[in-house]
Ligand binder design. Structure first.
Ligand code: ARG
Length: 458
């Protein structure tokens, strides 16, 4: 049994089973960079404040920089017995530079150290996730620009409702992913403050310059209460909440991709590079990527629920339960990034079958509202017009024809308000073009929306 950094008050070593059980080095080694950055800033401040000698601070910093380089080069092996990344690095440091290494932890606890590391980690990952989201939005805007005139059916209840365009449909997702971006930014804004100096729970007797450390590490300020500084994991939960919404949006889009690429819809064809085949059925081309993203949505929701449940009812301040925050947080980060990285090129390369979309927009009485609107514009009340057109649809269903296939006499028989111009007014192109209201599907409104989204992006 190995000697622990905290072993002073113990008469016996840790049982081997316990050692394996409570060690987190297997997963928290991913925080090595943040841990070393934090330690360097802490050591520099200790030296500047005269808490340790300036030369000692220098030795520590130099030692930490070498450890960083060695970890990066794959030359460091971590030790399960040293528990976590924080103690592994401190242990290596002391092995290398001698007793002066033991001064690094002055005025610090692993509790504020780990709170710092996770914040630094998440800050970088939020930047990367935001970049991936903006890349997706850029591709959506490019594809929308191509398809401003590509008419397709819009649905409610997955029943054909009214004609829209593919561009308009894609722009709905631009809105969702735009909100996701702002949620990430907002979340980072709230947690970008340094907990170092909170100590184990009650701060420290050493005259630390918390603000200087925070500034060196790129924080906007410091946490205002030492208990909260070490026991707050709201930011991890907020991130998982934001990540869950990203996944929810991706899964809705994926569901449509899966439907649209079915033979029954045939609205799109995924590129071969983003589809897979069947081991038995030679004809198959499956939208596995979209399905897998839809499936992975569940794990990110699971990560969110796991974190909420870990934190539920924990008394202040730090409790070892909180070591369980990392694997779920890392999983959410990896999953959302992995999904975005494959979803974006899948959308960029998918082939759109405009003729199939337009054909789809034509069946199913998608212009029925336009017939009613036509009557309302000719002075019939909308409620009455709705009733008249409902009867016309019933008549069409019985005859198996579309509204535009009715003769002018048929129209007149239903309402005297119909004139010859009704046929032009209910063409599917007109149905789209006349919905010029801001936020609507008319090509000019969509072009304006693309322009506005581009401006927001830059
Ligand atoms: N590995 C620990 C964690 O991730 C670090 C903090 C440990 N603190 C303690 N008092 N045992 O939560």
């Amino acid at each position: 049994m190995s000697k622990k950094l905290w072993g002073g008050r113990f008469e016996k070593g840790t049982d081997k089973v316990v050692e394996d059980f409570h060690s987190s080095i297997r997963f928290d080694q991913r925080l090595y960079k943040q841990d070393i950055r934090g330690s360097i800033a802490h050591a520099r401040m200790l030296g500047r404040q005269g808490i340790i000698a300036a030369s000692e601070a220098e030795q520590i910093i130099e030692g930490l920089e070498k450890i960083m380089a060695d970890i990066e080069a794959g030359r460091v092996e971590f030790d399960v017995a040293a528990e976590d990344i924080h103690m592994n690095i401190e242990k290596i440091l002391t092995e290398r530079i001698g007793d002066v290494g033991k001064k690094l932890h002055t005025g610090r606890s692993r509790n504020d150290q780990v709170a710092l590391d996770v914040r630094l980690y998440l800050r970088d990952e939020i930047t990367e996730t935001g970049r991936l989201l903006r890349e997706l939005i850029t591709v959506l805007l490019e594809r929308a620009e191509e398809h401003v005139d590509t008419i397709m059916p819009g649905y409610t209840h997955l029943q054909k409702a009214q004609p829209i365009t593919l561009a308009h449909h894609l722009l709905a997702y631009v809105q969702m992913f735009g909100r996701d971006c702002s949620r990430l930014v907002d979340c980072a804004k709230r947690f970008n403050i340094s907990p170092l100096g909170s100590g184990a729970l009650a701060g420290t007797t050493f005259p630390l310059d918390r603000m200087a450390v925070a500034q060196e590490l790129g924080f906007d300020g410091i946490t205002e209460n030492s208990l909260d500084g070490v026991s707050d994991r709201d930011f991890a939960i907020e991130f998982c909440g934001a990540a869950s919404l990203i996944m929810m949006h991706l899964s809705r889009f994926c569901e449509e991709i899966i439907l649209w690429s079915s033979q029954e819809f045939s609205f799109i064809e995924l590129d071969d590079a983003y589809s897979t085949g069947s081991s038995m059925m030679p004809q198959k081309k499956n939208p596995d990527v979209a399905e897998l993203i839809r499936g992975k949505t569940g794990r990110v929701y699971g990560d969110l629920m796991a974190l909420l449940t870990v934190m539920k009812s924990l008394p202040l301040a730090y409790n070892k339960d909180m070591q369980e925050d990392k694997e779920n947080l890392f999983d959410a980060v990896d999953t959302v990034k992995g999904c975005l990285a494959v979803f974006t090129p899948m959308i960029r390369t998918m082939r759109v079958r405009g003729e199939r979309m337009k054909a789809g927009a034509k069946g199913g009485f998608t212009n029925a509202t336009d017939v009613a609107d036509y009557l309302a514009k000719k002075g019939v009340s909308f409620r009455e017009a709705h009733e008249i057109v409902g009867k016309m649809v019933l008549m069409c269903v019985q005859k198996s024809v579309a509204l535009e296939d009715l003769s002018f006499e048929d129209f007149r028989a239903c309402s005297e308000a119909f004139e010859e111009d009704v046929f032009d007014a209910i063409r599917v192109e007109r149905c789209v073009a006349d919905r010029k209201v801001p936020g609507g599907p008319a090509p000019d409104a969509v072009k304006a929306a693309i322009q506005a989204a581009r401006e927001r992006l830059s």
